[in-house]
Design a protein around this ligand. Sequence first.
Ligand code: SAH
Length: 346
Amino acid sequence: MLDLKDLEYSELSEYIKSVGAPRFRAEQIFSWLHAGVCSYDEMTNISKKTRAVLEKNTYVSTLKIIEKYVSKLDGTVKYLFELPDGNAIESVVMRYEHGLTICISSQVGCRMGCRFCASTIGGLYRSLTAGEMLNQVIFAQKDMGERIGNVVIMGIGEPMDNLDNIKKFLHNINNDKGLNIGYRHITISTCGVVPGIYSLAEENLPITLAISLHAPNDGIRNTIMPINRKYPIAELIKACHDYYNTTGRRITFEYSLISGVNDGKKEARELAALIGDIHAHVNLIPVNKVEERAYKKGTRREIEEFCSVLKELGINATIRRELGADISASCGQLRKRTLNLDTAVK
Ligand code: SAH
């Protein structure tokens, strides 16, 4: 059965025409779907006949909230959503001064293998559809009862490993008949899948690209991020230049500080030299605890020193606030889960 949320608006429009309904219905149906209805019956301004036709060949996809955790420290909310196949993914809603931001997952698991990240433990089960990505925003917003204005694709999975669906998702979420989230309010984070960066640049959308860099040289990066063996730092930086030159958007570099691995002053200076000529911002993340991994964060002082070295060398850098620390909702702590062992085991 077809999930209409997997279609781009133009495709939906064609589909509606093909089932004999007037074209303007597409706009109404699109709006209903994105407002979070759970069945065609709720689409009260659509004729019964059209609803019946749609019901026969398509379905209204939903996401069920199976667990919800609210941080007592900062109000961050983590959702565990059930997918139709019995797998589950996590999404996180954070409250900032400028409104709500959701961090969504793009895959069930991940095959990138970053050594410090929980999402990759157990590998990749499958990619999410465009509709499943949209549904995280739709149903979190419905539950929060408040508009979510910013989306970061930084949850479970590697977005560049699912780029076709990501592009559909982006076009749909930006559509003013639906959630109408501006591209400037969307960030895509990648571990450095270089062809994906070029492909996204070709779309020429003003989306923020975040690069999970985490090391200033190939020696260190190879030991913590397997993707670096395929696409070494020099190629990655070249792709960042291309992205900036095409879109005009400042690049964000994420750098998780791991004690004794990548957090020395030497590495800070090396990082400054590496990215000095890119219009970029560095987001320093004290590495979060993952049970299966031995990596540790440094002291607050060490982290601040790393940041100071960057700033002294003219790099725009900040230390990211750690939100949702009491509910394991921080970077790299989200993991895939299996709800029903009969239908979904890897
Ligand atoms: N696959 C994408 C997006 C998901 S990860 C990517 O790699 O960018 C979101 C961010 O959290 C990435 O920067 C990732 O490297 C970082 N991260 C993963 N595990 C972490 C941990 N234990 N502590 C801090 N950051 C972590």
